[in-house]
Design a protein around this ligand. Structure first.
Ligand SMILES: NC(=O)c1ccc[n+]([C@@H]2O[C@H](COP(=O)([O-])OP(=O)(O)OC[C@H]3O[C@@H](n4cnc5c(N)ncnc54)[C@H](O)[C@@H]3O)[C@@H](O)[C@H]2O)c1
Length: 267
C-alpha cells in the first residue's frame, strides 16, 4: 500500500495549494474569535454612545502561526485591541502588520526546522508562563493556538493564571485536540472556573463545514494533480512534495516520524 498524508505535505511555497494544515488552521483561527465574541458579555470595538463610552475588548493570541494570525486579523476587524506572543521571533513583523502588539518576553527565543517551533524545555515553559501571566490577567479574551508538530501542545496557561483573570473573560483553546495549551481545558467541552469560560471545542474547522470542506477538497485535488501525470500515478521520490508526504511505500514505512512512532513502545 502506498499512503500519503496531507499533514506531511512540506510547508514550502510550491506546496501551498495542497497545504490542508493551513487551510483548516485559517478556518479555526477565524472561528475561535467569533466563538469568544459570542460568549463575552462585552463589545469588541470601542463604542462611543450617548450613554457613555465603552473601551475596546483586549484580546491576547498565544501562538502566531496560521491560526493565530487569522485570529489576530479577525479580532482586529471586530475592533479589539490585540496583542500576541509566539516563541518564534520571526512572526513579530507579521503580527505588527495586522495592527497587533507583539509581546516580547525576556527569554532566549527558539526556532526549530522549517519555520516551525521546536519543543521547549519544561524550564523554558515555566519561565514563559511566569512572564506571560500579567498579560493573561489583563485580557478579556485569550486565544491559544500553540503547537509543535508531532508533540503534545505546550502548556501555556495554568489554572492559577485562569484564576487571575476577570470573571466574564473567555479563553478559546484551539489546541484542545492535542492536549490543550490551557491546564483546565476539557476537550470537547466548555468549562467555567471562577467566572472564566474555557472553550475546548474539538475540530473547530468542522463548525464551518462549507468553506472548510471546499478548501480541503482543493488541497486534496491539488495533491492528486501533483501525483498524477497523463491519467496515471507517477511517483517521483526525488520530488520534495511526493517524498515528504508519503507515509508507506513498497511494504515499508518511508516517513521518518511515522517510523519512529511505529517503533516506539505502546503505552
Ligand atoms: N507552505 C508554506 O510555505 C507555509 C504554509 C503554512 C505555514 N507555514 C509556516 O509554518 C510555520 C508554522 O505554522 P503553523 O501555524 O502550522 O504552526 P503550528 O500550528 O505548528 O503552531 C502554531 C504556533 O505555535 C507556536 N508555538 C509553539 N510553541 C509555543 C510556545 N511554547 N509559546 C508560544 N507559541 C508557541 C509556533 O511557533 C507556531 O507559530 C509558520 O512559520 C508558517 O509561516 C508555511
Amino acid at each position: 500500500m502506498t499512503a500519503f498524508s496531507l499533514e506531511l505535505v512540506p510547508r514550502i511555497s510550491r506546496a501551498q495549494s495542497m497545504d490542508a494544515l493551513s487551510s483548516q488552521a485559517s478556518a479555526a483561527g477565524y472561528k475561535a474569535v467569533l466563538m469568544a465574541a459570542g460568549r463575552l458579555g462585552k463589545f469588541f470595538p470601542m463604542m462611543m454612545t450617548a450613554a457613555g463610552t465603552i473601551p475596546p475588548a483586549r484580546v491576547l493570541v498565544m501562538g502566531a502561526g496560521v491560526a493565530g494570525l487569522q485570529a489576530i486579523a479577525t479580532a482586529r476587524r471586530l475592533g479589539a485591541v490585540v496583542s500576541a506572543y509566539d516563541v518564534r521571533p520571526a512572526v513579530k513583523e507579521e503580527v505588527q502588520s495586522l495592527g497587533a502588539t507583539f509581546i516580547e518576553l525576556a527569554l532566549e527565543t527558539q526556532e526549530g526546522e522549517g519555520g516551525y517551533a521546536k519543543e521547549q524545555s519544561e524550564e523554558f515553559l515555566r519561565k514563559q508562563r511566569e512572564l506571560i501571566g500579567e498579560h493573561v490577567a489583563k485580557s478579556d479574551v485569550v486565544i491559544t493556538t500553540a503547537a509543535v508538530p508531532g508533540r503534545r501542545a505546550p502548556l501555556l496557561v495554568t489554572g492559577e493564571m485562569v484564576k487571575g483573570m476577570r470573571p466574564g473573560s473567555v479563553i478559546v483553546d484551539l489546541a484542545a485536540d492535542t492536549g490543550g495549551n490551557v491546564e483546565l481545558t476539557k476537550a470537547g467541552a466548555d468549562v467555567e472556573v471562577g467566572g472564566v469560560t474555557i472553550i475546548g471545542t474539538r475540530n473547530v474547522p468542522s463548525t464551518m463545514p462549507l468553506h472548510a470542506s471546499q478548501l480541503y477538497a482543493r488541497n486534496v485535488a491539488n495533491l492528486l494533480l501533483h501525483l498524477v501525470k497523463d491519467g496515471a500515478i507517477v511517483l517521483d521520490f526525488d520530488d520534495e512534495i511526493t517524498k515528504g508526504s508519503c507515509v508507506t511505500h513498497d511494504g515499508e514505512i518511508v516517513n521518518e516520524r511515522a517510523k519512529q512512532m511505529a517503533a516506539a513502545p505502546t503505552k
